[in-house]
Ligand binder design. Sequence first.
Ligand SMILES: Nc1nc2c(c(=O)[nH]1)N[C@H]1C(S)=C(S)[C@@H](COP(=O)(O)O)O[C@H]1N2
Ligand SMILES: [Mo]
Length: 432
Amino acid sequence: MPRSPSSPAFWRSPLRGPWFTSVLGVVLLVGITVLFVTGLLSYAAYNPNLSAVNDKTPDKGILGFYLFPWPTRPVWLYRLTQGVHVTLGIALVPVLLAKLWSVVPKLFALPPARSLAHALERLSLLLLVGGALFEFTTGVLNIQLDYVFPGSFYTLHFYGAWVFIAAFVTHAVLRVPTAFRNLRHVRRPSTGPASGSPERASGLPGAGEPARPEDELVSPDPLPPTVSRRGALGFVGGGSVLLVATTAGHGFDGPLRETALLAPHGGAEPGSGPNGFQINKTAASRGITATETSEEAWRLVVTGKDRTVRLSRTELRELPLYSAALPIACVEGWSTSDQWWRGVRLRDLAGLVGYEKDAAPDVLVESLQRHGAFRVAALRDNQVRDPRSLLALFVNGEDLTPDHGYPARVIVPAAPGVLNTKWVARMTFGDL
Ligand SMILES: Nc1nc2c(c(=O)[nH]1)N[C@H]1C(S)=C(S)[C@@H](COP(=O)(O)O)O[C@H]1N2
Ligand SMILES: [Mo]
């Protein structure tokens, strides 16, 4: 008689059982908690409360309860939090898939609901599994395909995260005690092949007593094992290690970056020399021409409390110039090492248009770029006041190249790359 997926005997892998599922569950419990926290930090780092320009989620309501002004130190702050978010997210993909595989028989279990509580639990599992797949898919697509959902990625990933985390917390509250009990009491798998007989918790209900939910995972009719449970876990862990090994290099420059086979390499090969670090969007791809950035044509327009000034690049070079060693760290998880930027302090520019330097306000920065994402960005007053926040004209001792934002780009310590606007045309100081 053909077996249907709703019959437990349909599922014959000898690997499935409470121990295997619980180990993966505990790894995800820790990993997803870190993903959620670093994700919330990334959201705060975008300054979403600052202005309509930055705020892609105006309807966030209480979900923005924890927002705080993102600090400017340590300079590697976003490099670290976002590097962890993206790298850990990638590392958890095999673990998530293995966990889903380990519980898939439950998806087909009949009757669909034994009680109201059971129905509610299954509904929360729908949100849990759907939410997990949604968050991992949107995240991976965003880092691999350069914003397939421009602008809306941010919104989808943000609201998706809250739906997912609500289901995740419910699930964790219901399941964590069992998972830890399983890890303590269930007979540990030997290093040899998984035994054919169902896992049993010592001293817990035995034959004749009703099956506990976690026992449903054990196949009543298992096939002969071809790998031990530990071996299968090793395989999952090996997958994670391989993914991390081929991605994590994107947080470094030089030869290490070459190991990042799976990470996107941005709009252009960075090449070597002083300007030889990652480029996300090239000047050509944003429609920036040499004519409009020439000495004759380009002027920086700075507006403040009581006046507007227009400065050529030569005039900017005659202002006091300062250097700062700062990285660029993208939401996609890649980052550069510290580069030596040189240019005019943002607070000095505020000073030119009527503000005391220590009372410099927020600023709206607009690029020459006419369309596409990241044309405008708002910086908060604490970012403007930091003496290391520059409108950079040079990097590593040379003029910026067109791809790095010539004639001038913003660089702010500890901020997400997206706030470091290139090809700056206009800066408007004032409370946003
Ligand atoms: N005008 C403009 N500025 C921009 C961007 C852009 O597309 N247009 N991309 C931003 C993003 S998302 C990042 S991560 C950094 C990348 O800087 P880089 O290309 O110099 O490495 O520039 C930022 N500044
Ligand atoms: Mo970015």
